[in-house]
Design a protein around this ligand. Structure first.
Ligand SMILES: Cc1cc2nc3c(=O)[nH]c(=O)nc-3n(C[C@H](O)[C@H](O)[C@H](O)COP(=O)(O)OP(=O)(O)OC[C@H]3O[C@@H](n4cnc5c(N)ncnc54)[C@H](O)[C@@H]3O)c2cc1C
Length: 321
């Protein structure tokens, strides 16, 4: 492993290469700030690398495959001069005027501003076939994928508010939605629980966990285990929506930046400004509500403009001292 400090102090380093990171890169590159994007190693391109058709990103009337969309964004950022490193940030020192980032390969980089766009991770069931069938029946996002399941039988896994929201949304398309929950009652708020329990298209399987997902190329059924009596059963579904929570990727900054009660990085109003000057955040890492590619991209655009204004103010102050 090398250990090298890069003496150059950059205007901006962007951590993350999802829609928010690459959009921030496009805007800061076009503003001549020569951004360095630390893209991540195995997870470069972000969440959309794990999906197939993206049909709701404007500008692609026929839809586009997730990895192709991210490849386009990368090329667009590079076209304007963004430099991209496919490595992971392992530590950040964000307190001073000059921020220092350490990478997995042992190198360190310095910058006046940092945009954190590390996204968030949907919790997984941890089953062998879950990843294999992701985008082929297994999904974490009803808004993104519900449309593909018209008149089909779908399972939603989870018992909280987001699971009920997903289940209710999916009733617009599905023939039937079965909510599978580990407990005998829902964790969701009373109003959401009542709505879901009263819905004619929603059934419930209580006290049960998913122990297997069946299907060669796409989901055909799931295996259930009743946690109370140990009974095993098979549920025929062509879609399974996992709604058991979401964790914003804040490990590297949680001791330095203020977080919200939902665990996202706290920002000032509609801006990307965090609790530390010169540190900005964008995308799903600040968003517990919308979590879409287009909202992440918009947020990256806002962060880039906030960086520009911040640097202009810093330079103005330096010039007048
Ligand atoms: C299966 C699936 C399907 C989806 N389908 C759709 C869809 O059809 N339409 C839609 O609008 N949205 C969809 N979404 C949601 C969408 O993918 C996210 O809202 C969006 O990707 C968020 O963008 P982001 O830039 O905030 O974060 P992400 O895309 O999550 O990107 C995070 C980035 O941070 C990087 N990173 C994290 N930690 C580090 C580190 N330590 N060092 C360096 N880099 C790091 C990762 O490498 C990655 O590049 C889907 C999500 C999933 C999981």
């Amino acid at each position: 492993m090398t250990s090298a400090q890069n003496d150059e102090i950059r205007d901006v380093i962007i951590v993350g290469s999802g829609p928010s990171g690459y959009t921030a890169a496009i805007y800061t590159a076009r503003a001549n700030l020569k951004p360095l994007v630390i893209a991540g190693s195995v997870t470069a391109g972000g969440e959309l690398m794990n999906t197939t058709d993206v049909e709701n990103f404007p500008g692609f009337p026929e839809g586009i495959m997730g990895p192709d969309l991210m490849d386009n964004m990368q090329k667009q950022a590079e076209r304007f001069g963004a430099e991209i490193l496919f490595d992971d940030v392992t530590a950040m020192d964000l307190a001073g005027e000059i921020k220092t980032l350490s990478l997995a390969d042992g190198t360190t980089y310095q910058a006046r501003t940092v945009i954190i766009s590390t996204g968030s991770a949907y919790r997984e069931l941890g089953l062998d076939d879950e990843k294999r069938l992701s985008g082929h029946g297994v999904s974490w996002c009803a808004t993104c994928d519900g449309f593909f399941f018209r008149e089909q039988n779908i399972a939603v896994i989870g018992g909280g508010d987001s699971a009920m929201e997903e289940a209710l949304f999916l009733t617009k398309f599905a023939a039937k939605v079965t909510v599978v929950h580990r407990r005998s009652e829902l964790r969701a708020s009373k109003i959401m629980a009542e709505r879901a329990l009263a819905h004619e298209k929603i059934d419930f399987v209580w006290d049960s966990e998913v122990v297997g997902i069946n299907g060669e190329d796409k989901v055909q059924s799931i295996e259930l285990n009743n946690l109370v009596n140990g009974a095993k059963s098979t549920l025929d579904v062509t879609g399974i929506f996992v709604a058991i929570g979401n964790d914003p990727r804040v490990d590297l900054v949680k001791d330095q930046l203020e977080l919200t009660s939902e665990g996202t990085i706290a920002v000032e109003g509609r801006t990307s400004k965090t609790s530390l000057p010169g540190v900005f955040a964008a995308g799903d890492v600040i968003d517990s509500t919308y979590r879409q590619a287009i909202t992440a991209a918009a947020s990256g655009c806002a962060a880039a403009q906030d960086v520009e204004h911040y640097l202009a103010n810093v330079n103005e102050t330096v010039a007048t001292v």
